[in-house]
Write a protein that binds this ligand. Structure first.
Ligand code: G3H
Length: 269
């Protein structure tokens, strides 16, 4: 597992041309940056479905993982308009977003549907970016209880079937999505550390917990000890923000002060 998993869902913000411009700019940054080159950071991008093949071609050479924003709970069948995890895996995706708050709110995704989709991702060897988070601002303790219930609900079918795999839990308090600023570092740390403890040593799942909700440059240094990465939205629309976050990773890990070799790769030994 990389020390940090950091990525962005482009939601429906960009058309195809801008998606590719953004991806190429981010791929250039990741191809050059010591923190992505040495595997300290696994960067991922989640575009709209039609852009996935072109994004894959632009992102894969830079080591960027690509995923879908949703999947169906079945692997095939009469589901007009839907996309299966089997097909996402077939075209090269390694991750898929499941249960984002916007899908739960606007597309009727219940906890049961999210659970079936989580299992569909895992059985197709896709790492679910499983989005959980409390609806209203409150205490960290109440958020932890809400999120643990949501998490275990989402994992029930996979646990029942004994399906193993990599899991990326995206802790996204709903009240912090689309907001001017993220949840406070203390809140993020309390909830994410509880989720990490809960999943640590899981028999089936190799799990990490990342934070999303108005995340951007400046946040990771305040939460790094208690998270496995960040899920970026609007504050990564400027590709330069990705470079700033990777620079912050270098500072966090101490690599920022290390000398670089001729190829520009930081020498840490
Ligand atoms: O998918 C990303 C999250 O929903 C966060 O989006 P945001 O940073 O624009 O609030």
């Amino acid at each position: 597992m990389p020390r940090f998993t950091i990525g962005s869902s482009l939601k429906m913000y960009f058309g195809h041309t801008r998606t590719l411009q953004w991806t190429r700019a981010v791929a250039d940054i990741c191809a050059d940056h010591p923190m992505t080159r040495d595997g300290t950071v696994q960067f991922f991008v989640i575009p709209t479905f039609p852009s996935i093949p072109a994004v894959f071609a632009a992102a894969d050479p830079a080591g960027i993982a690509v995923g879908g924003q949703d999947l169906h709970w079945d692997d095939e069948g009469p589901w007009t308009g839907e996309v299966s995890g089997a097909e996402l895996a077939e075209i090269g995706c390694s991750i898929v977003e499941v249960g984002h708050a916007e899908r739960r709110a606007h597309f009727g995704e219940t906890d049961e549907i999210v659970a079936r989709k989580t299992h569909a991702a895992l059985r197709n060897s896709l790492a679910p970016v499983l989005c959980i988070g409390e609806p209203d601002r409150g205490s960290p303790d109440s958020a932890v209880q809400f999120c643990l219930d949501q998490l275990e609900s989402a994992l029930t079918p996979a646990r029942d079937a004994g399906t193993a795999g990599r899991l990326i839990v995206a802790y996204e308090p709903i009240w912090a999505i689309g907001a001017p600023q993220p949840a406070s570092p203390d809140h993020v740390r309390a909830v994410c550390s509880a989720l990490r403890s809960h999943l640590s040593g899981d028999d089936l799942l190799d799990a990490g917990v990342i934070y999303g909700g108005s995340a951007g440059p400046g946040l990771l240094p305040q939460i790094a000890d208690d998270v496995d990465g960040m899920f970026l939205g609007r504050f990564a629309h400027d590709p330069a923000a990705v470079g700033r976050i990777l620079d912050e990773v270098a500072d966090i890990t101490g690599a920022g002060n290390a000398p670089a070799d001729d190829a520009g790769v930081t020498v840490t030994s």
